[in-house]
Design a protein around this ligand. Structure first.
Ligand code: EPZ
Length: 423
């Protein structure tokens, strides 16, 4: 198992390119199962979660062709099996979303229940309720969801009880091949949902309103192929901006979309960063200054993303003043806090572990650390960058799930970081 070895203290300075969004690309691989013709997805990041999704399609018998630029061509009509096994679904929850597309296209699907994960129980009740409202017959057996429909799914009006990204995407995909109109209310509005709707429409679907809380889908009889370019990864972009700010440095991120990071950019300005923008780039400059502490509450888009909470806590660890961070999306997303405290941070959890109060300290001290979640792991890398001495981040397979070439990108910005194999 690999680890990352970081010598702290370098001020990040330089440029990098944002990768394609993992959370868009992975759901588009599920969407490809709706099509009768090949779907080509481009700007796909080279990541473990993507490989898992490709493996899952392979296990269904679907032919997938990948070229050297990570353009991925999916031939759904070569499908031979309709069961997504536990071994794959448990490693990547997003793979559960193959259920709706297989059901809508082929009338049957069996997908393992994903189970809990490190950041909370993460139920799928909204997904299942939505599919049932579209006419699916669903049974649970041996930890699997077994879904069937006679002929086609039927359009319906569905109200989500909570804002769910995966749930909105799942039912939106299934409804594209349903008979008649589906209206989804109280939808999540994340940019990845808009990206998915654009991809579905390029396949011939009729989806309107993605990015608002009401999405209307006119079902069609068949979907064809398309070529679609995945949007830039806003969480990856945000992570590098926060890392640069924490080190008092400067970074320019190219091939990204500033409009998707409005709130983060405002928070980083509050922290003292000078921010300049173009259509497809963001530059942040701290001019060597120590950041000021940031306070925020995570919530569904367009509010502050839970996926950038851990990174902001890392910044607050060495900021001037006290930052209060409230997590409202997931129940157990502060596991990085204990590791950061072991590095000399001063963070306390309150209110049933939903609020972290971070008193900035002058320095963190390097230590061996690890975490069980992607964003927590990368926040420990940021903590390592601002710590005195050596930090060893273990279990970095989590980082490899979501950050393409993390050590190359950080080294190019001047960080002292290398990957070593655990003994
Ligand atoms: C997506 O997860 C992202 N994953 C997550 O990114 C992200 O943190 C999350 O959205 C919130 O933005 C992908 O896109 C692959 P939700 P998802 O359904 O869709 C509860 C990362 O690090 N809920 O919006 O699973 C749920 O438990 C990851 O890249 C139900 O109760 O998130 C959570 O508390 C981690 N019932 C809240 O809703 C349901 O049926 C929001 O979850 C569905 C969700």
């Amino acid at each position: 198992m690999d680890r990352l070895l970081i010598e702290g203290g370098a001020r990040l300075d330089g440029e990098l390119r944002a990768s394609g969004a993992k959370n868009s690309a992975s759901v588009m691989f599920a969407a490809a199962l709706l099509a009768d013709d090949p779907v080509i997805i481009t700007n796909v990041p080279h990541l473990r979660d993507i490989t898992t999704m490709i493996e899952l399609l392979g296990s269904l018998g679907v032919e997938v062709v990948i070229d050297e630029k990570m353009n991925v061509e999916i031939h759904a009509n070569t499908i031979k099996r309709f069961t997504a096994p536990y071994d794959l679904v448990k490693t990547m929850r997003a793979s559960f979303n193959v259920l709706g597309p297989m059901l809508a296209h082929y009338g049957q699907a069996e997908v393992s229940l994903p189970g809990g994960c490190a950041i909370g129980p993460r139920p799928v009740d909204q997904h299942l309720r939505g599919l049932e409202a579209l006419g699916a017959k669903i049974e649970m057996e041996d930890g699997y969801v077994k879904a069937k429909v006679d002929k086609r799914l039927k359009g319906a009006r569905i109200y989500f009880d909570i804002s769910t990204v995966g749930g909105t995407e799942h039912i939106m995909m299934a409804a594209t091949l349903a008979e008649g109109e589906t209206v989804l209310e109280n939808c999540a509005r994340e940019p990845e949902i808009v990206d998915l709707a654009d991809c579905l429409n390029a396949m011939g679907a009729q989806v309107e309103g993605a990015g608002t809380d009401t999405i209307t889908i006119q079902g069609v009889e068949r979907l064809g192929g398309c070529e679609h370019r995945v949007i830039a990864d806003r969480v990856e972009t945000g992570t590098y901006l926060i890392a640069a700010a924490a080190t008092g440095g400067r970074v320019k991120v190219r091939d990204t979309n500033p409009a998707h990071l409005d709130l983060l950019l405002n928070k980083l300005k509050e922290a003292g960063a000078e921010i300049s923008l173009g259509d497809e780039w963001i530059e942040l400059d701290m001019k060597g200054e120590r950041p000021r502490a940031i306070s925020l509450v995570t919530a569904p888009y367009p509010e502050f993303p839970t996926d950038l909470q851990a990174q902001i806590i890392a910044l607050n660890c060495v900021a001037e003043g006290t930052g209060t961070i409230k997590e409202t999306v997931f129940e157990n997303r502060f596991m990085h806090v204990h590791e950061m405290n072991r590095m000399g941070a001063n963070i306390r959890l309150e209110d049933n572990n939903t609020i972290a109060i971070v008193e900035g300290v002058d320095h963190l001290k390097g230590a061996p650390v690890m975490a069980n979640d992607l964003r927590a792991s990368v926040s420990l890398v940021i903590a390592g960058l601002v710590a005195e001495g050596t930090t060893v981040v273990d279990r970095i397979y989590h980082i490899d799930r979501g950050y393409e070439q993390v050590e190359e990108k950080l080294s190019n910005l001047g960080a002292s970081i290398k990957r070593v194999a655990s003994s």
